[in-house]
Design a binder for this molecule. Structure first.
Ligand code: SF4
Ligand code: FES
Length: 148
């Protein structure tokens, strides 16, 4: 079971938050903005590697909700918006090819043990059945040969 923690990367313009346990290793961030997201390095996020707006735009594309921008970063750049369809407040489910179902919007997850979790932006739900942190995707679909 992945440890649930949020790591902060504080820059001059923005503070990037990364929830490791939500990351599904989609590579979107490091393919989109390699000056900031460097998976082979430690720290792997360089919050001053690009201007604040480019970082915010990239963070919005994180499919799992692992990345976000701290709202209190400073006064010059607004915090990230949820990537879900907020204009008409619909909840949207996007099926990733050979991967998870991305639920965009605010959802309550009611677990079988009765606990309830609120996911306010988006969440990746496992479709391959092999995740170690079901119902959430943990990236295992990429190595288990899931097709669907
Ligand atoms: S899930 Fe988000 S943080 Fe993880 S690799 Fe993809 S874009 Fe980056
Ligand atoms: S769909 Fe990603 S681990 Fe199952």
């Amino acid at each position: 079971m992945a440890i649930e923690r949020t790591i902060r990367y504080t820059g001059k313009e923005v503070t990037i938050l990364w929830k490791q346990h939500l990351c599904i290793h989609s590579k979107k961030c490091w393919l989109g903005l390699p000056e900031v997201f460097k998976p082979g390095e430690r720290p792997w996020i360089i919050p001053d590697g690009a201007d604040g707006q480019r970082i915010i735009d990239q963070v919005r594309q994180c499919p799992s909700g692992a990345l976000s921008i701290a709202e209190e970063a400073n006064g010059t750049v607004e915090g990230s918006e949820p990537t879900g369809n907020m204009e008409n407040e619909k909840t949207v489910v996007e099926i990733m090819p050979n991967g998870p179902a991305i639920v965009k919007g605010t959802v309550e997850i009611k677990h079988s043990d009765g606990t309830v979790e609120l996911k306010e932006k988006q969440v990746a739900l496992c479709r391959c059945g092999q995740s170690q942190k079901k119902p959430y995707c943990d990236g295992t679909h990429r190595t288990c040969g899931f097709v669907g």
